[in-house]
Design a protein around this ligand. Sequence first.
Ligand code: IMP
Ligand code: MG
Length: 185
Amino acid sequence: MKRSEMEQNILKVLVSEEQIQKRVAEMGAEIYDKFKGKEPLFLGVLKGSFVFMADLVRACQLKSDVEFIAVSSYQNATKSSGTVKIVHDLQQDITGRDIIVVEDILDSGNTLYFLKNYFLTKGARSITIATLLDKPSRREKDITPDYVGFEIPDEFVLGYGLDYKQQYRNMPYIGVLKPEVYSGE
Ligand code: IMP
Ligand code: MG
């Protein structure tokens, strides 16, 4: 989809490109302070986190490496199915590692609840959660993020890595779709 087409479908901008850049720089600095002298592993949850991950690791010049895991629970709709499935697993041993889980959005908490336990059973030493967005009003599982970019209300959002039916990930800001875009579901 072209940018002009995407923009026609946007009802409002919830978090602007400038707000995101400023906040990600702050989060990078906070994480740097906490992990100075350590060698954490930034672990991105695909696909949604890839844009945030790219900006966050550059805002945090620590000795560190990156890893990804891909899970699916949404199956292309706007509601979670509740079950989390690993569709691309870790490609390295994480035993003894300090993990910084990088997420696009924390919603029901089902995904991170599952992943946190998974990483612990794989021998991670510590788990720190950095999420760009948090919808606390929707939480079903007891999961509290350590770093949050923005708390947002209960609205379906997209852009900056987040998708609706795999589209809009390349928008540079976080927006909300016009209701008519969903009609027909
Ligand atoms: P949770 O398991 O309900 O916490 O959902 C986490 C995952 O659902 C995120 O990593 C997103 O991929 C997806 N998700 C939740 N809310 C939204 C949204 O508003 N827009 C796009 N994706 C979302
Ligand atoms: Mg998604």
